[in-house]
Design a protein around this ligand. Structure first.
Ligand SMILES: [Zn+2]
Length: 407
């Protein structure tokens, strides 16, 4: 794991397991990690002294033997800044090691403009100033609606932002002198789900997003699958109809060109349900109403659900997930999508998986930025990504090797 020395590796494994599954007893840690109780006792003693973990008052339920006190991460041992860059705004969260969000900021920003990156730097800067009453800053995570070569090098291609080979990671790192991890925004959500959401107890699951775009993060064996060039998970650009509408990617009939927010509004407008300048919320309001117009609006959303459900059936046949988690702003109308999703999934999905859980995470404005912050916290608990080792920068998490700053 990135060439960590023996004891670092053991501490990292303990921190990662506590981060992923929550508080555990020493005995459970030893069992899960396949380590001797003596090793776990030694490592936890060091981490307790460093203030990274703490003993909780709760105890593990008795199994006939001695009950063990639970050990958990200290939320205040570190924090990360998470940034979600969208075409017309930026959301920032200041998140603690245990997933608690201490602060959020949303500002309008034209991300396609030349000065977009310097503007993001200025937004971040006040949060990076050292202060006595805040935990040490481990690094900055950024989620972008595009393809990133590697999180630790952070070169971005994003058609939605009009970015080609933008070295976002190096630019932020040089300006703020902190470790920076950049990732596709849906992959970042996948990391967040794995660390703090439903994925905590899952090793193989899918995160599907609906809304402005249609996205997918594949978590396989506990890690987000990135593909050969970081481009895996582009569910929105799976070809669905050869003669379908033109997609932003230049191809015809992609899933996104049929069921994204814009596509649904176009369909609803053509059916005379909404005006040309309607928003997704307008369409949802009509569907939530009564009468013939509401019925027709619900049919538009149900049809979208059927198209999505068929794709989820195909993904399940290929990837065999334990669960599918649906997220994104489009889930506000999920009750009207769901019947179509479920019907198509049960018709086309593998027989063994007919009962597969397809669950919805409630949408919040900050959930994308929380995913971006989770990139840093996950890297810190897992021992780093490539050359970016956020945990080495903090005495509490890096032991005697702390204090190394990125060049
Ligand atoms: Zn496309």
């Amino acid at each position: 794991m990135n060439g960590l020395a023996g004891e670092d590796l053991t501490s990292t494994a303990v921190l990662a397991l506590l981060g992923r599954t929550g508080p555990m007893s020493r005995a459970a840690l030893a069992r899960e990690l396949g380590m001797s109780p003596a090793t776990v006792t030694q490592v936890t003693r060091r981490l307790l002294t460093q203030g990274v973990i703490e003993e909780l008052d709760e105890q593990e339920p008795s199994r006939g033997g001695r009950r063990g006190r639970l050990i958990g991460l200290v939320g205040n041992a570190g924090r990360a800044l998470g940034v979600k860059v969208a075409a017309d705004h930026v959301v920032l969260v200041d998140m603690r090691l245990d997933g608690h969000v201490a602060d959020t900021v949303t500002v309008p920003l034209d991300a396609t403009a030349l000065e977009a990156v310097p503007a993001v730097v200025e937004l971040l800067r006040p949060f990076t100033e050292p202060a006595d009453d805040v935990p040490p800053l481990l690094g900055i995570g950024v989620g972008v609606p595009g393809t990133v070569d590697r999180p630790d090098s952070g070169i971005v291609d994003a058609a939605m932002l009009d970015w080609r080979q933008v070295p976002l990671g190096p630019m932020l790192g040089a300006a703020l002198r902190l470790p920076v991890l950049v990732e596709n925004d849906v992959n970042a959500l996948g990391s967040g789900e794995r660390l703090y959401g439903r994925g905590r107890s899952l090793n193989d699951f899918l995160v599907v997003t609906v809304g402005r775009g249609i996205g997918l993060a594949v978590v396989a064996g506990g890690r987000v699958y990135r593909g050969a060039h970081g481009g895996a998970g582009e569910l929105g650009h799976v070809p669905v109809r050869p003669d379908g509408p033109l997609c932003a990617c230049g191809n015809k009939g992609c899933l996104e060109a049929l069921i994204s927010d814009d596509a649904l509004l176009r369909t609803a407008c053509a059916a005379g349900l909404v005006s040309a300048d309607a928003t997704p919320a307008d369409l949802a309001d009509i569907a939530n109403g009564a009468g013939d117009r509401a019925e027709r609006a619900r049919a538009v959303l149900r049809d979208a659900g059927e198209l999505l459900g068929r794709q989820l059936a195909g993904l399940t046949a290929v990837l065999d997930p334990e669960e599918i988690v649906v997220m994104g702003e489009g889930t506000r109308s999920w009750s009207w999508w769901e019947p179509g999703v479920r019907a198509a999934f049960e018709r086309h999905g593998p027989r063994r998986a007919r009962e597969l859980a397809i669950t919805v995470e409630p949408y919040t404005d900050t959930i994308w930025a929380q995913g971006a912050a989770a990139l840093v916290l996950a890297a810190c608990l897992d021992g780093g990504v490539g050359d970016v080792r956020p945990h080495r920068l903090v005495p509490a998490l890096g032991g005697e090797k702390a204090g190394r700053r990125l060049p």
